[in-house]
Write a protein of this length. Sequence first.
Length: 126
Amino acid sequence: MPLSTSTEEAQFVLITSDNPPISHTLSRSRLSALSKTFDNLLSLPTGLAADDSASRMELTETSVELEGFLKVMRGEEIVEGDFPGGGTFDSDEEKEGNKVYWINLARMADKYDCPTARLYVTSLLW
């Protein structure tokens, strides 16, 4: 079950490289707790007010590349229907879609140093 984020909790916006960009709002405390990279980043002094650019970050990934990672960061369960191939491996196209989904999640787990996402990938693939 996802952890709820109250409206009073500080939020952080991740902006994708999609055209047009897509914004994903997450809890700052959740980002810090689950990702060492975001923890380090968000602990740096910025000299800016909380509602300025210190509350958002542009990423190099697209929304599709971030999909699984964002689910983990929000505390949501990844289910078979989330995969481009529907979670099955009946055709070459489905196999490729599922492989890309897991590769993207593994890449984001390493890039953003997220042990929870890394554990998710290894536990489901073993």
